[in-house]
Write a protein that binds this ligand. Sequence first.
Ligand SMILES: Nc1ncnc2c1ncn2[C@@H]1O[C@H](COP(=O)(O)OP(=O)(O)O)[C@@H](O)[C@H]1O
Ligand SMILES: [Mg+2]
Length: 259
Amino acid sequence: MVTVQATPAQAIGHALELQGVSRRFGGLRAVEDVSLSLAPGERRAIIGPNGAGKTTLFNLIAGDLRPTSGTIRFYGSDITRLPPHERIRLGIARTYQTPLVFPRLSVLENLYLAARGVRPWRMSLRRPRANDAEMVKARQLAEQVGLGHAIHALAGALAHGQQRQLELGMALASNPRLLLLDEPAAGLSPAERELLTGLLLGLDAAMTILLVEHDMDVAFRVARQVTVMHEGRVIAQGTPGEVSADEVVQQVYLGARHG
Ligand SMILES: Nc1ncnc2c1ncn2[C@@H]1O[C@H](COP(=O)(O)OP(=O)(O)O)[C@@H](O)[C@H]1O
Ligand SMILES: [Mg+2]
């Protein structure tokens, strides 16, 4: 087990705190000097054009990548160097820009494995045994994400929106305190988007959520605070109204559209 270092008291008020976090890929500064803090239960959206560094930032927080420099704290503990499974154990869960599920297993089997701590990117299959605590949990999760009617469907045969719902259920299986959602509404129909937004709004109010989302309607309904990234940096932060009125933000989005 990895020991987690205690940190000064002033940091403990935050669920998540990034200080000067940077990540380079060769000469490319994918994430550059990002500082960010989220209060427990806060819902924050990260927006920005393609290539702004949003997914890289998620990878740094979830532990799929290590920062080149900077510090990441979770409830006051320095997690900068912890491997992903240790972060999951502490209560950090994520989804991916492209849904990551076991396509040849059923909805229930996917949720069951997630409840057992098995993830599609870390295989170690155990035979499901019905009626144990994890199976009960799997059924609850299916209901919670609106898939109670489809528990025996193969994950790979689900509509895209239902795969997003399933992935959300799998992320919730570890009872996270921090949920990282990477473009959960991408590719969804208006009806699917509405359903997903409702699911997100219905999550436990104590859960902290960091959401990358291109759909402003979804982002602004779920989040009270918005952080705008561009070329790896945070260029604006505020309420949805404040960031949409921000001149630099408008220029970046215009530039992205015309460039
Ligand atoms: N593993 C990687 N290796 C090299 N470059 C990467 C890698 N991951 C992301 N990048 C680059 O980092 C920049 C930010 O990418 P990304 O974080 O995916 O942006 P966003 O999610 O905001 O669209 C892009 O220029 C991208 O090509
Ligand atoms: Mg991305």
